[in-house]
Design a protein around this ligand. Structure first.
Ligand code: ADP
Length: 430
């Protein structure tokens, strides 16, 4: 049955009941008392309608589904339908609010900046990444013209020319940004910013590395090619000269080999596909091996001692051997004959610590922070004379980074240097 029909039938039933009651009362007690009773019944019916109309009007002031009355008669059905309608609305609203909160959170976490501007470029909304990239503050700058906030001639030109199909590369507040304006509904515009400072820096480092590596390889290659040319032009060279040339070529060949090996080591250390596989390193055994190699390299020209009181270490044996050997070899190479070199393996409150101390040539303060850069050398000719590649400390830095250890360098020119490697407490194995 349709709701309309039910409504009218139940209303009619109530009226008929009151009329029938009036009829019975007239029959029992006479016309006047019967009619008075009927009038009272009708007034009651109207009063109930007015009461619920008032409740409905009150409810409309604050239409919360939980506050709806139950109603009586036809009102029961009206209130139950209103309840369903309101519940549906409330559910939709809650869903919408939840969706909006999720969208806001996603926008907040987005590494790219998003700025929404109106048709005349007034700021309507922006996410925290855009605040960081462009120095905006949504709270303070909302409603202000973005071109007055992002004061950059390149950005102004981009807006004036309006060629939004291509993004703009923008240098702004010491950052390199790719900015792109995308027009959307109602002539509103979205400005998207992407920070490429770090990738530019890495690109630049890569370019520098290739340039430096080519430069490093060019010198030995030129020497080898030169001698080969002499050998082919003068086949009758005397044996002594020929042997001297072969010796020099071999040296240059070995230098190239060392360079290539160090470059490969660095590339391997930097690769994310090459995760660290920690194992227990027998530090006493490893340091005694390093000490033996140090004695062999020094060939009795230095006094080298080892103090070993620290624990075993959790890490990659090969990588740690390579890093510590680099430090010890450097101490030998940059310490004149009769110098003293101390290797100390011990524990501190922060964790295990390795120290190489020499009384060699030392390093002046302005170079210290740059020593771990690739191919950085204080004295190029000394580094080459002692078979250096300029990559040793860069390798050390990477190995230590992978082991969450720090390198501290203290040095005084003419007095000596101290290279300390501080491992974290978690790297010690009892
Ligand atoms: P290299 O192959 O040139 O030794 P490294 O990266 O190992 O390259 O070292 C970088 C530079 O740091 C060296 O060229 C040298 O000038 C300086 N250096 C490293 N260790 C010492 C040390 N113990 N004493 C003095 N200078 C050092």
């Amino acid at each position: 049955m349709s709701p309309h029909l039910i409504f009218w039938i139940s209303a009619l039933v109530r009226i008929v009941l009151v009329l029938a009651g009036t009829g019975v009362a007239c029959y029992l007690w006479g016309a006047i008392p019967g009619l008075v009773l009927g009038l009272l019944g009708m007034t009651g019916l109207i009063g109930i309608q007015l009461f619920y109309l008032q409740r409905l009007s009150d409810w409309l002031e604050n239409p919360n589904s939980a506050r709806l009355p139950d109603g009586w008669g036809a009102w029961t059905d009206i209130f139950s339908r209103l309840y369903k309608l309101r519940r549906g609305d409330e559910k939709n609203q809650a869903e919408l609010a939840e969706w909006l909160a999720r969208f806001r959170q996603a926008m907040t976490l987005l590494p790219d900046g998003v700025v929404i501007m109106d048709d005349v470029l007034f700021l309507e909304w922006c996410n925290p990444a855009a605040e960081k990239h462009l120095g905006l503050s949504l709270l303070q700058d909302k409603g202000l013209r973005v071109t007055n906030l992002v004061r950059s001639p390149e950005f102004m030109d981009y807006i004036i020319l309006g060629r939004y199909e291509t993004p703009l590369t923008l240098s702004f507040r010491e950052r390199k940004l790719i900015a792109h304006i995308i027009p959307f509904e109602n002539r509103r515009q979205i400005l998207v910013t992407h920070d490429v400072t770090e990738s530019e820096r890495i690109d630049m480092m890569r370019r520098d590395f290739i340039a430096n590596a080519s430069h490093e390889l060019r010198t030995p290659l030129t020497v080898i090619n030169g001698f080969l040319e002499i050998a082919s032009m003068q086949p009758d060279l005397d044996t002594a000269t020929r042997n001297a040339h072969l010796k020099l070529m071999t040296e240059q060949g070995e230098r190239m080999q060392r360079l290539v090996e160090d470059m490969l080591t660095l590339t391997r250390l930097e690769s994310i596909d090459h995760p660290l596989r920690p194992e227990r390193i027998n530090m006493r055994g490893l340091l005694e091996q390093i000490l033996q190699e140090a004695h062999a390299l020094s060939a009795g020209r230095h006094e080298i001692t080892l103090e070993c009181n620290g624990p075993d270490l959790l890490g990659s044996t090969d990588e740690i051997r390579s890093a510590l050997t680099n430090l010890v070899t450097n101490a030998i190479r940059y310490t004149p004959e009769q110098g003293r070199i101390q290797l100390i393996w011990g524990s501190t409150s922060q964790g295990p610590k390795f120290v190489v101390q020499d009384n060699g040539i030392g390093i002046s303060a302005e170079h210290i922070s740059r020593l771990t850069e690739r191919f950085y050398r204080v004295d190029k000719s000394r580094s080459r004379e002692t078979q250096g590649t300029g990559l040793g400390l860069a390798i050390v830095k990477h190995v230590l980074l992978r082991h969450k250890a720090n390198l501290l360098i203290e040095s005084t020119p003419g007095t000596g240097s101290k290279f300390c490697v501080q491992f974290p407490g978690t790297a010690a194995v009892a």
